[in-house]
Design a protein around this ligand. Structure first.
Ligand code: SR1
Ligand code: MG
Length: 435
């Protein structure tokens, strides 16, 4: 189509196309609030595509006064290419989730400055000087405010979208609003809960060292039963509005601040899936650490910090969640009239403890699922991938798989988060026999 044939720019604003740099500049220049926020002449705005995720384009745009991040969904999976189409509607769900999370956990997600549903595009505040947490962890950095921030994010977003906090009608409206995000759920259903346990074309692992473990996992019926129970929970437990992909690549950090990004997988699902994503990814960071050390023990302080962080994430989350339940329970679950008097108060508190124990078991299982998918499935983690020597990488991965298998098939034997970190420490010293 020649430029003469093109519709005027204003009507093209609402027609999906992948925006090359020039078109993005023109598009943003037509948005008065964004243009003012960026400042200066659009011609001199710097624009760079920085997306290193598996699905989308991400641009950083900087002007004389400020910057923005622009995320545009592609009609296919970026990691694989056009052969794997993916609905643009994920951008709509990401926008919905971001605005919802901003209300529940202010300051812990980026503000949305503009959204264009047809273009599958969201313009957000630029999160600076933060970096992707996964990259900081690989470098051995510590993040003192992470525990408090992520515990608050998890406790507030999960509690306030649950039946403990909101009336049933509102909860069901919420479920309906996100029900269309099933293509993204299907990615998780396949890549997390199914493919790593069967022959699947897209699976990969560090060969030849993990060949035997990958084969054993494909034959392991105890593991298949455990992952299937978790998959069923993921399919049929709309407990709360979950982020859906809360790994350390979806978290931006500085020493004093944490911002959770990328909720395009959001839907009403099991709370333990988000908790498990955080804890599973921290466990991988811990067990990958040996592969990044220049000399033995060099990263000991970091490793001690990661283990403490894992413990504190669960403990502080549980504390905040329970406190919200005691003070903000306006939902239809656990009607107060059914728990009268002192005996009722005591009984309700026992129920709360039992609820947290069940949630902890889910968290242990989902953590394990998140580990296994990153080592035997399609989409891997740079925590491991950046360990150049493949045999060293395989050692860290084999340790992680051993821990994850135990956590998945025998979640009930992990009686508290201390049992998880103890098992992680033990497996850190285990030397796999690669034959
Ligand atoms: C094909 S998409 C692979 C993975 O990238 C996303 O970050 C999700 O974790 C998804 O499973
Ligand atoms: Mg993502």
């Amino acid at each position: 189509m020649s430029s003469q044939d093109r519709p005027p720019a204003s009507s093209r604003q609402d027609e999906y196309r992948i925006l090359p740099e020039g078109d993005l500049r023109e598009y943003l220049a037509r948005l008065p609030a964004i243009a003012e926020h960026l400042g200066g002449a659009p011609e001199v705005w710097s624009i760079s595509e920085v997306g290193d995720g598996n699905l989308n384009l991400v641009f950083i745009v900087k002007g004389a006064e400020g910057g923005v991040a622009v995320k545009q969904a592609l009609p296919y999976v970026r990691l694989v290419g056009e052969s794997w189409p993916l609905p643009l509607s994920r951008s709509h769900y990401e926008y919905l989730a971001l605005t919802h999370q901003a209300r529940l956990a202010p300051g812990l997600v980026p503000s949305v400055l503009h959204h264009n549903e047809a273009l599958a595009l969201v313009v957000m505040e630029l999160i600076e000087p933060h970096i992707i947490m996964r990259k900081g962890l690989i470098a051995g950095a510590l993040y003192p405010s992470f525990v408090g921030d992520i515990a608050t994010f998890l406790a507030r977003t999960l509690f306030f979208s649950s039946d403990l906090a909101i009336p049933a009608a509102q909860k069901k409206e919420g479920i309906a609003a996100f029900a269309g995000n099933h293509a993204l759920c299907k990615i998780t259903e396949d890549l997390v809960f199914t493919d790593p346990y069967r022959v699947a074309e897209q699976n990969r692992w560090t060969q030849p060292w993990l060949d035997a473990t990958a084969a054993a996992f494909r034959e392991d019926l105890d593991l298949h039963a455990a992952i299937s129970r978790l998959k069923l929970k993921f399919l049929n437990a709309p407990e709360a509005l979950i982020h859906g992909d809360l790994h350390t690549g979806s978290i931006m950090v500085t020493e004093g601040s944490t911002v959770v990004i990328d909720p395009e997988f959001a839907f009403y699902g099991p709370m333990g899936f988000d908790l498990g994503a955080v804890i599973g990814n921290l466990l991988m960071s811990y067990l990958a650490s040996a592969g990044h050390e220049g000399s033995p023990g060099e990263r000991r302080l970091f490793e001690v910090w990661v283990l403490e962080t894992i413990e504190n994430v669960w403990t502080e989350f549980a504390h905040e969640f329970l406190e919200l339940w005691r003070t903000e329970a306006h939902g239809d679950a656990y009607p107060p009239t059914l728990f009268p008097g002192e005996a009722g108060v005591k009984r309700l508190e026992a129920e709360r403890r039992a609820y947290m124990a069940r949630l902890f078991q889910d968290t242990v299982g989902f953590s394990a699922a998140k580990i296994i998918r990153r080592i035997l499935g399609l989409a891997h983690n740079i925590d491991f991938e950046l360990i150049e020597d493949p045999k060293r990488r395989a050692i860290s991965e084999a340790r992680s798989l051993r821990l994850a298998r135990a956590m998945m098939v025998d979640a009930a034997s992990f009686r508290g988060i201390g049992a998880v970190t103890k098992a992680a420490q033990e497996v850190r010293d285990w030397q796999p026999d690669f034959g």
